[in-house]
Design a protein. Structure first.
Length: 451
């Protein structure tokens, strides 16, 4: 039986990609549920035909555990015969467990840097994290901080094709990929993220004016492209596909998202021109409904579906009420908050000791709906009764702070959600994003179930 050489590629939304090849329908990083990350993230452009996106699925690759790449609410609708492929790194065992709970049993934990045949001539090879600490890679190395990199990529090969699917695995640091250097060379298509707008810097740092944040946003995306270009220059892909950077924010940040971030980086049809000009590599984009045919050359068929502008879409999901105000139970009294923040401070200080993390940071937490402030000195490992000024401030409502300190939500999710407002008046401390994730009470029982 002769095999078809054609691969069809559809970018459904964000990093959600549908790949059709002979008898296989591979879905990478499926996400279509609105309101993830504490009611903040919305699928944009909207996907109206979910069935078309997922029909016929046979295989699924999940790069990491973040909700915009791993949508259990969507995946529960997949056939129970679906084969799942997940990088075998921490904490992806939680993905496997949840899929088991949904009734899926064909789950394969993939080793890093090893060719794994998934049937026919299709082979997977997991690319380990290359983003490490984002733009701060060099500073983090100097600080000697051990983070927990999550973002993996996928090298997909067939007898006729070689495709590098990076999802959020932005290629900043790749010298450690010696076993993959030859395989990554001259891929037919390199799919990579084109902006860093999942990060809440600079959008939520309100000590900067909106004009300053817009300029910082441009600098951030430009630096990202420059860093990625080192990878592109080394491995010389034949084509680029910009993806894995599409969403909209609901709630108070909705309008700021499209007004502060420059349009040339928000819109991948414009960003492709910037990447192509900078790298000299032909660059492409796909909107939902568009089809890319890869068969020795690249042909793109546009759906020409009418999509709402980000401005109109953002206006429709804007609210001046914080997304989290009615998501978590209100606190009963201030002492309830005092007790849990004391417990959480002890826990984070003990983790810093155990992991030998040294930080120069302090954090002033301003609880905006009650007259209460807390000052945590991570350098001296003290929670102070007397409130002092700090170059790093957090503004948050009491119920959300209580939820985070009780591990009912997670600090990493909260930062990604853009539900937190910050002031930062000094150079970024690369230890802070590590230690803040330990800033919760010691967990002695299973956190409450959230749906």
């Amino acid at each position: 039986m002769s095999r078809n050489k054609d691969i069809k590629i559809y970018n459904i939304s964000n990093a959600f990609v549908r790949i059709e090849y002979n008898d296989k329908v591979l879905l990478c990083d499926p996400w279509l549920t609105n309101g993830i990350f504490d009611k903040a993230w919305m699928v944009y452009p909207p996907v109206y035909d979910v069935d078309k996106a997922i029909n016929g699925v046979t295989h699924v690759f999940i790069s990491h555990i973040h909700k915009d790449h791993c949508d259990f609410n969507l995946m529960r609708h997949f056939p129970k015969t679906t084969e799942f492929y997940i990088p075998d790194i921490f904490p992806n065992d939680k993905i496997k467990l949840q899929l088991n709970n949904l009734g899926f049993n064909n789950i394969h934990m993939l080793p890093i840097n090893k060719d794994i045949s998934i049937g026919g001539d299709m082979v997977f090879n997991v690319i380990p994290p290359m983003n490490m600490y984002g733009h701060e890679t060099e500073e983090m190395v100097k600080a000697n901080i051990n983070g927990v990199p999550l973002d993996c990529g996928l090298l997909l090969t067939t007898e006729f094709h070689k495709i590098c699917i990076l999802a959020d695995d932005s290629p900043y640091y790749f010298d450690h990929l010696t076993d993959l250097h030859e395989k990554l060379n001259k891929v037919d298509l390199l799919m990579l993220p084109y902006n860093g707008y999942a990060a809440d810097f600079p959008l939520n740092f309100i000590n900067f004016s909106k004009n300053q944040r817009s300029e910082l946003s441009h600098q951030h995306s430009h630096e990202r492209m420059v860093l990625q270009s080192k990878f592109i220059k080394k491995f010389k892909p034949k084509n680029l596909l910009l993806y894995s950077s599409d969403f909209a924010l609901a709630g108070p940040a909705a309008k700021d998202f499209y007004t502060i971030h420059p349009q040339k980086w928000l819109d991948k049809s414009l960003a492709t021109g910037l990447y192509e000009s900078h790298t000299g590599i032909q660059s492409h984009y796909l909107h939902v409904g568009d089809e890319m045919l890869l068969n020795g050359s690249i042909q793109i068929s546009r759906s020409n579906d009418l999509l709402p502008s980000l401005e109109d879409f953002a206006d429709s999901i804007y609210s001046d009420i914080p997304n989290t105000r009615f998501l978590f139970k209100p606190i009963d009294n201030k002492k309830q908050l005092d007790d849990v923040i004391s417990n959480a401070s002890e826990h984070v200080f003990s983790k810093m000791e155990a992991l030998d993390i040294k930080s120069k940071s302090s954090l002033l937490i301003e609880v905006t709906d009650i007259e209460k402030s807390y000052y945590i000195d991570f350098n001296e490992k003290k929670l102070l009764d007397k409130v002092k000024d700090s170059p790093l401030k957090l503004f948050i409502e009491s119920n959300y702070l209580y939820a985070l300190l009780n591990f009912h939500s997670h600090w990493n999710d909260a930062q990604i959600s853009h539900n937190l407002l910050w002031c930062q008046e000094q150079k970024y401390d690369p230890t802070f994003d590590t230690i803040i994730n330990f800033f919760h009470k010691k967990i002695t029982s299973k956190p409450p179930t959230r749906i």
